[in-house]
Design a binder for this molecule. Structure first.
Ligand code: IMP
Length: 424
């Protein structure tokens, strides 16, 4: 049994798409367990770049079965558009994509409410895809699931009840236009017809597969610091992006999971609002953003960039039970004279050696850094760890020592071939 969870160990965009793509040939099923089309997993194959939002990245590997688990929130239009785009590129979907009947569905009022909240003070900097409002309805037990979508009478009743409430909020609190029941109802009945063939009890399918010794890869979206329980709350997404979400978001028990792999960038990025202790100042921000192409795969927003923060990654290792680390985008640091690694925070005279759940501390702290010399050499063509410049090896070794966790793979570019194992 080798069922693996791959999680982001920072604030998302660590390069999970590429890592999942590398592991996909070794497994039978690739499963998304949380989030929705707020995610953007980029995979580069030769000249072709694929950005996947809802469909698991494993779809690019012939014969692999891809599952959208119960923990995911689905915008059916986004899903159908993505399927169409993939099919146009010659990728076979039918018989390879399974959608959980228990996954919750995003409706236009979720997106509208997300947008309205983002116009107000205290915004989170969301992707405005309706993710938070949809999960809020799920937890409030008002949500409409895929199984409800497939039953005309249930959809009618639930949508009617939901719209009554949502329209009152929209018109009376936010002074916005109400949504028309009939328009949404017809539109979503149409979506239901199109997605019906993919829908099943995915928890049963996955557990049956495990009994038959099939291997599962659980594909985390976003990152640990965006987890609603363990991240920089309230500047987080609305799901459990950590490894624990792989169980609740698929119906596969934790005893069936063998390994957790954490993906980290060789530096740090985040999109949206919220604390970011090691954020660069303007000059370095611009340089690294351009070199690392740090623009959101879903929204196109420029990502905030900063030095490697060992405290947040140590927190991720603990929360996820990470066994091994993959370091991505090392090449982005090739030109720097020296590099900094954050090893502690100082706030109001007190030194913090670990992550703090207090946003005030993370926002106001001064990072304490170790400084290491840069390598000033192009690493993008390097094919083995041993051939890396010695300062690049020293940088990775220092990270490994600080994290007390083995780095198993290093990536120096977006292509599948620009990856090598770290060795001892
Ligand atoms: P939401 O998930 O759209 O509600 O956004 C909440 C926070 O998570 C915002 O800071 C987003 O920028 C961030 N976020 C959501 N999805 C991703 C992702 O895939 N990568 C990086 N950040 C994300």
């Amino acid at each position: 049994m080798t069922n693996i969870v791959i999680v982001g160990a920072q604030w998302g965009d660590e390069g999970k798409g590429k890592v999942i793509d590398l592991f996909a040939p070794k497994v039978d099923f690739i499963v998304r367990y949380q989030g929705g089309n707020n995610a953007g997993h980029t995979v580069v194959i030769g000249e072709d770049e694929f950005i996947l939002h809802l469909v698991p990245s494993g779809i690019l590997h012939k014969g692999k079965i891809c599952v959208i688990g119960n923990g995911v929130v689905i915008d059916p239009k986004a899903l159908l558009d993505e399927i169409e785009t993939l099919e146009k590129k010659g990728i076979e979907i039918d018989g390879r994509l399974l959608v959980s009947e228990e996954a919750h569905v995003i409706f236009p009022y979720h997106k509208r409410l997300d947008e309205i909240k983002e116009e107000k003070k205290g915004k989170i900097g969301t992707t405005k895809k309706g993710i938070g409002p949809c999960y809020a309805d799920k937890v409030a037990r008002l949500g409409i699931r895929v199984i409800d979508l497939l039953d005309e009478a249930t959809l009618k009743e639930k949508l009617h009840n939901n719209l009554e409430e949502k329209n009152a909020i929209l018109t009376k609190i936010y002074m916005q236009e109400a949504f028309d029941f009939e328009t949404i109802y017809r539109e979503y009945l149409n979506y239901a017809k199109c997605i019906k063939k993919y829908v099943c009890d995915t928890a049963a399918t996955l557990n049956d597969a495990i009994r038959k010794k099939k291997r599962i890869l659980f594909e985390g979206a976003q990152g640990t610091l965006l987890d609603v329980d363990h991240g920089t709350y309230p500047f987080v997404t609305s799901s459990n992006s950590t490894a624990g979400g792989a169980s609740t978001g698929t119906g596969v028990g934790p005893t069936k999971i063998d390994k957790v792999i954490g993906v980290v960038k060789a530096y740090t990025t985040r999109v949206g609002e919220g604390p970011f202790p090691t954020e660069f100042t303007k000059d370095l921000m611009g340089r690294i953003r351009q070199k690392g192409k740090e623009f959101g795969a879903t929204t196109g927003r420029p990502r905030r960039c900063g030095w490697f923060d060992s405290l947040i990654v140590k927190h991720s290792i603990m929360i996820n039970g990470i066994d091994e680390i993959v370091v991505t985008k090392l090449d982005v640091l090739d030109d720097l004279d020296s590099l900094k690694i954050c090893t502690a925070y100082r706030f109001e005279g007190k030194v913090y050696n670990g992550f703090s759940s207090d946003v005030k501390v993370l926002t106001g702290c001064e990072p304490i850094y170790e400084e290491l010399p840069g390598w000033k050499k192009d690493t993008t063509k390097i094919t083995s760890y041993l051939k890396l410049p010695s300062n690049a090896k020293n940088y990775l070794k220092r990270i490994q020592v600080l994290l007390k966790t083995k780095i198993v793979l290093v990536s120096v570019g977006s292509d599948r071939r620009q990856t090598f194992s770290k060795g001892a």
